[in-house]
Design a protein around this ligand. Structure first.
Ligand code: FE2
Ligand code: FE2
Length: 271
């Protein structure tokens, strides 16, 4: 049995602190074979950098997924996506002019795991600067081009609309071991194994500051809603507690199908 731990969107330093603090305890109790995380908001809430990815690698995270914000630190993000192209997967249904890999293969004690990342199209048009092509036809092509045998295929579906997310889950049922929703930062209570053996959740949730709006300072978010002004968002760096959201999936590595998925959502005090 292959056990995979996946953290939802890690949002800035409160998210990184929460993961670094809690991961040793989770490792001890769960003993996963592979630890993954969505990192589109890793560096101060938007994008990845070499420094922040290395910080998580030292903490024990072995593979990373992206999203609409993964490139937001411009050349710093591109540098990280190139340097760690064997560990970080960026969305597969965006123009191939973007830096980074669209598939990552990670060796575990139980066999090779293929990791993919796709963006949704519904309500996402203002959240990514270029046209996003269909994740449905995109994932078909992607699976065709990675047809070798894997112990598990894990797809992070980074999307806003719950309907598009569950439809994508059914579309991939039996073809991948897990479809894990990310992006909204709000965990959903619908973790389940679909009828053909795919573990599914609409959204894993985030690892980020508690008492925030999706990881950013609530006062700034409120100001934007109250005034309609384009307020620059910021991370509450001094947060004393954080939300920690992750899933634990068990997979039969022979059939590459899921046995179980458990979603965890908790608030942890930051030391
Ligand atoms: Fe996010
Ligand atoms: Fe996102």
């Amino acid at each position: 049995m292959l056990k995979i731990l996946f953290f939802g969107d890690i949002a800035g330093s409160p998210g990184r602190k929460a993961v670094k603090q809690e991961l040793p305890k989770i490792m001890e109790s769960e003993q996963p074979d592979l630890v993954l995380a969505n990192v589109e908001n890793l560096a101060h809430g938007k994008g990845v950098t070499v420094k922040t990815i290395e910080e998580l690698m030292r903490a024990g995270i072995q593979g990373f997924t992206g999203g609409n914000h993964v490139f937001s630190k411009k050349e710093f993000s591109e540098q990280a996506l190139r340097k760690y192209s064997e560990l970080i997967v960026r969305p597969g249904n965006i123009p191939d002019t973007y830096a980074g890999s669209t598939a990552v293969k990670i060796e575990t004690a139980k066999g090779s795991v293929l990791l993919g990342n796709f963006l949704g199209q519904v309500f996402m048009d203002r959240q990514f600067p270029e046209a996003v092509s269909s994740p449905f036809s995109g994932v078909d092509e992607w699976l065709n081009s990675h047809s070798e045998k894997f112990a598990a295929i894990v797809v992070d579906f980074h999307a806003e609309a719950t309907s598009e997310k569950i439809a994508f889950g059914y579309y991939l049922d039996g073809r991948v071991a897990a479809v894990l929703g990310t992006h909204t930062h709000i965990p959903t209570a619908d973790a389940k194994v679909l009828s053909q053996g795919t573990a599914y959740i609409t959204d894993v949730g985030m690892c980020g500051a508690a008492g925030s709006v999706l990881g950013v300072k609530k006062e700034l978010s409120l100001k934007r809603f109250l005034t309609g002004e384009r307020v620059a968002f910021d991370i509450p760096e001094d947060a004393s507690s954080a939300e920690l959201s992750y899933v634990i999936i068990t997979i039969d590595e022979q059939s590459a199908k899921a046995i179980s998925i458990q979603a965890v959502h908790k608030i942890v005090g930051l030391r």
